[in-house]
Design a protein around this ligand. Structure first.
Ligand code: PEP
Ligand code: MG
Length: 326
């Protein structure tokens, strides 16, 4: 298997019927970077910047942040890197950061973009480090846990202020800035048109989106097997996001765990996703799956299955049948 994956590494990632798929990797620390070459990933679809903060015993200084971001961009070379701004709070607590007291539902609490908009000093320091590190290159920024479009406007205003500040001091700025939002909160599903118009790209955080759509804590083992990501309602949600992206010509990626398992990854391609981001170890197995996949045939099967009333718990069996026959 490993030998097969190594052989596939430098081959194009394309389905049996010729659909090109970009397989990106998730990362968060310096130690992840060698995987970029080893896995053959097309880039980093999700760089979790909070990891540097989580392994530290105090806030990483601006220079330390900048140094990490620069190393990531150097390692990636021409391949795109999407940096997610701090996603702390929820289950990711920093022992040295004082939260606003205990929260009964931390996953739905003061976290991610909510926290950084309330503590703009934190966000500004990070943005400045990112803007400096990406001087002369493209910078792709992604905002976590967006709930309403106004949060994107607020973050954009802070970014623009930092850009003005740096240009006043004659720093070399990114050649191009792309701003994206993560789709993790169901409220976005009823403002997809406004959302797609407000950003340069979106990425579905399916771990959180599934948790909130199903009202099922992603970390609670008592219910972890109860609902399936391959259930018709969740697949309809994902399909709606793809369609909205197509309407607005806004690129759509998915960077949750389901991108990294061959059967769920196959399903995502069938729903119309063309960019998926996963742990580096998953790239080989997913690429091997692509070579056997007739994406058009699966698309027809899936749209038919989710397009009519369907009370089944999950389409997993149907999809496994499809995979076995191809
Ligand atoms: C997600 O929610 O799917 C995601 C990619 O973000 P994280 O797992 O870091 O919450
Ligand atoms: Mg998330």
């Amino acid at each position: 298997r490993q030998a097969l994956y190594r052989e596939l590494r430098d081959k194009p990632s394309v389905t049996k019927d010729g659909v090109e798929i970009s397989l990106l990797m998730n990362a968060g620390l310096l130690v992840d970077l060698p995987q970029l070459m080893e896995s053959g990933a097309a880039g980093i679809g999700l760089f979790r910047t909070e990891l540097q903060f989580m392994i530290a015993s105090t806030f990483p200084r601006a220079e330390q942040q900048e140094r990490l971001y620069r190393s990531v961009l150097d390692a990636a070379g021409k391949r795109p890197v999407t940096f997610r701004t701090l996603d702390i709070g929820g289950d990711k607590v920093l022992p040295y950061f004082r939260h606003q007291g205990p929260e009964e539902n931390p996953a739905m609490g003061w976290r991610a973009i909510r926290l950084t908009l309330d503590r703009p000093g934190l966000l500004r320091t990070q943005l400045r480090a990112l803007l400096k590190a990406a001087g002369g290159n493209e910078l792709r920024l992604m905002l976590p846990m967006i709930t309403e479009v106004g949060e994107i406007r607020a973050a954009r205003a802070i970014i623009e202020r930092e850009v003005r500040h740096l240009s006043r001091f004659a720093y070399s700025l990114p050649t191009r800035l792309r701003l994206g939002a993560m789709i993790e909160v169901p409220s976005l599903l009823w403002q997809l048109d406004e959302l797609m118009a407000a950003v340069d790209f979106v990425s579905v955080g399916s771990n959180d989106l599934f948790q909130f759509v199903m009202a099922a804590d992603r970390g609670n083992s008592a219910i972890s097997k109860r609902f399936d990501q391959l259930s018709p309602p969740f697949l309809r949600v994902l399909r709606q996001i793809v369609e909205a992206g197509t309407r607005h010509d806004t690129p759509v990626t998915l960077c949750g765990e389901m991108a990294g398992k061959p059967l769920t990854a196959m399903t995502l391609i069938g729903l119309g996703f063309r960019h998926i981001s996963m742990s580096p170890a998953a790239i080989g197995p997913v690429k091997a799956m692509l070579g056997a996949l007739d994406a058009a045939k699966l698309n027809a099967l899936l749209l038919e299955a989710i397009g009519k009333p369907n009370g089944t718990h999950s389409l997993r069996g149907v999809l496994m049948g499809f995979a076995e026959d191809s």
